[in-house]
Design a protein around this ligand. Sequence first.
Ligand code: FMN
Length: 370
Amino acid sequence: MIKSKLCDITGIKYPIIQAGMGPFPTTNLCIASANAGVLGILSSSGIASDANQPEIYGVFCRSGGADPEKDSKETVLRKIFQKVLDGTKESQGIFGVNVMVSAEMREPAELIIGTMLKVREEDPEMKKRFKVLITSAGDPLPWSDVIKKTDLVWMHVMPSVKAALRCKKAGVDVIIASGHEGGFHTSWEPVHSMVLLPAVIDAVADENTLVVGTGGFCDGKTLAAALVMGAAGAQMGTRFLATEESDFPPLWKQAVVDTPDRGTLVARGFVGPARWIKNPRSQEHAKNTLEKSPGVYLGIPDDYSTIDMSLIDYENESINAVYKGDKEKAMMAAGESAQRVTDMPKVHDLVQRIMKETEEILRAVPRLLD
Ligand SMILES: Cc1cc2nc3c(=O)[nH]c(=O)nc-3n(C[C@H](O)[C@H](O)[C@H](O)COP(=O)(O)O)c2cc1C
């Protein structure tokens, strides 16, 4: 049985975090993951997609049994949180929420975190099991005052040693080092997990600060490598996207399973560079990105307020096409690890398989030391 400090501080059985993958819902995936003994994470940025991506907003609301027309945004969030609590009652699974805290997401972030804190105060069961907040895509420091007053386990996703030091200053409990292999949002200045994770561990890991790897982790080999490096676990997005219970549309899940060797590319996403499964539509988007937002390939961030909006319109149209089942216009985000994902198992079976493989690998490690 493998345990790490990540298990100790959260109460999960296995040192794996199922990643949040907004603006798309992960409500049913979160239930299945928490029930399987890993940390189930809800995506939340879908709550802010009503104006630009109303179809996604509808899918997001309905994942929790909410009505996109009639329910207030707070009610939508409450329904989603309650659905996960009810769905994990028997297993007493642990879950949390991923909240993007970039400047343009400040208002929804306040609503999501505020609602989370309210429901936890109203219901002791919620307080006991809805206990992890993963912030991402922004500066953790301005959130420190609010979050450090709570008993939440605070995790933050970031892509550099510099940002890890800032997390430490903010008092983040678990720093998630996000390598460039990862699905969808990636950083402007790319560093992959094999370099980033040990560098972040060296810089910040100690008794009170855990480090977790994300980006490219998808099986026992990669989880074992993270643990051997000194990480407390791994967060996996692409791997969990292609599971039976995942909320993603069939076209998207199957595209991950079918992704061949070298099957992803990076092009503009709405918050910066984003990793997409390679197809004619995403290759066209990459060409447009090179022309209209070359900073994506030069490591120079461009300002959301000045970016050519045709790139964002193209992205929205392509994502909506996935939900409509329109293969020609569809563009689907996923990490490099898609090429290593070749099936669509049930979450429970996947977790058991990953843990068995991890354990076999770790048991064999001492044999290298003769
Ligand atoms: C479709 C998709 C959507 C994502 N959306 C978010 C998001 O809203 N917020 C966030 O912090 N990360 C997001 N991510 C990144 C994941 O949380 C995770 O860090 C990443 O998938 C890890 O890399 P992997 O895909 O190689 O496992 C997304 C990833 C995918 C594949």
